[in-house]
Ligand binder design. Structure first.
Ligand code: ADP
Length: 366
């Protein structure tokens, strides 16, 4: 945090309170300055500004030649020292009608002046630096978290598949629970990391051929263990086998999030994921027969940390990051996400992205 010393102007014109007003105005005009500090000995006791001249002098009426500086100055001014932080100084100005503050030394003697504009610039620069540092730290922490968490998730998968030795039913149950939780953790860290990159403007758009059929197959494998009992998950690709051009990672992350929600909020029935061309746009529709979303909440669910039910007793895991990240990712791609829902019946999320068809070239295998 910068201090007043870094932004103050040490050269300051000062006069005493008995100084003729017209002469003070002449000094301001000649030096092209908008204020003079009024002193008693070395101590500042007021400031005479252009605003004082307009407001007070003309309100008082009479002959300006009769006035002394002390008659129209603003008193008493707050003072700051060179060690005062720019934020503290700015806060002093916020509570008063002043735009400038005299700077004094420890004995109270005038040593300079600092303006609101200079303080604002300094505070903004400090905030930008603090925000950059915060993003840097968050980015490093989430990046460092990703590797060990992915490793845990990988070993749990191996355990669950009985790679080392077949598991007893009770062990299988516990491992399945760890698998679900670690998968949530992976998603949460990925979403946080993605959001930090988006906030920092560190996101670029890739353009490569995507084989949607292969993408659906891969997502199908990843979601297999997460489909609740009594729910069936269907993938329908109407795009054909021709690859499309787009950003594979962002598309996959967006779809994954929406399908994950559909499975999370559906306790019976089906979840269907469909890909097609509609009105020249690459369109993905994720439809579920889940709990649905109240009409009043539909416009809020894409906001950061917004959940329909934010109570402590909430039945479903999650923090309200997912859809916000999806919307931000799609913004980057020039795409959109929309939702239709009926409470108790189900929800339909529709993702549309402008993506040209590809005539040839190898598809990206996920
Ligand atoms: P969360 O981590 O809570 O799932 P999201 O941003 O992904 O966060 O979703 C925000 C909220 O939108 C969810 O908490 C839930 O209330 C609602 N929601 C999202 N998808 C569905 C869905 N398919 N069915 C019902 N509610 C949903």
């Amino acid at each position: 945090m910068q201090t007043v010393a870094t932004v103050m102007t040490p050269e300051v014109s000062s006069v005493d309170r008995d100084f003729p007003l017209l002469k003070a105005i002449a000094i301001m005009a000649k030096r092209a300055i908008s204020c003079v500090v009024v002193r008693e000995g070395p101590r500042p006791i007021g400031i005479l500004t252009e605003r004082d001249l307009v407001r007070k002098l003309f309100a008082a009426g009479g002959d300006p030649a009769m006035f002394r500086v002390g008659d129209v100055m603003t008193t008493p001014p707050q003072t700051v020292t060179e060690e005062t932080t720019t934020l503290e100084a700015l806060q002093l100005l916020r509570t008063r009608a002043f735009r400038r503050l005299p700077v004094v030394d420890p004995s109270g003697a005038l040593v300079g002046i600092v303006t609101q504009t200079d303080l604002l610039h300094a505070v903004i620069a400090d905030l930008e630096e603090a925000s950059r540092l915060k993003s840097e730290i968050l980015s490093t922490v989430s990046h460092e978290l990703r590797t060990p968490i992915a490793l845990i998730a990988g070993y749990v998968d191996l355990l669950s598949e009985g790679t080392f030795e077949p598991l007893q039913p009770r062990q299988q149950e516990v491992v399945a629970r760890v698998q679900r939780t670690s998968s949530q953790l992976v998603d949460l860290v990925n979403a946080a990391f993605e959001l930090i990159q988006l906030e920092a403007g560190r996101v670029s758009v890739a353009c490569n051929p995507i084989d949607v059929e292969a993408l659906f197959e891969q997502l199908g494998r990843e979601f297999r263990a997460l489909v609740p009992e009594g729910v069936s998950l269907h993938w329908r690709n109407e795009l054909g086998t021709q690859p499309i051009l787009g950003d594979h990672a962002k598309l996959k992350a967006s779809l994954k999030n929406v399908v994950d929600n559909a499975l999370k909020f559906t306790t019976a029935g089906r979840v269907e994921v469909m890909a097609a061309w509609a009105d020249g746009l690459l369109t993905f529709v994720v439809q579920d027969t889940g709990i649905g979303i109240p009409a009043a909440d539909l416009s809020h669910i894409f906001e950061l940390f917004r959940q329909v039910d934010a109570s402590d007793t909430r039945r479903f895991a999650g923090v309200g990051l997912g859809l916000h990240v999806v919307k931000r990712l799609l913004d980057v791609l020039g795409g959109r996400i929309a939702v239709d829902s009926t409470l108790g019946v189900g929800s339909t999320f529709r993702i549309t992205i402008p993506a040209p068809r590809v005539m040839g070239g190898p598809p990206t295998r996920p």
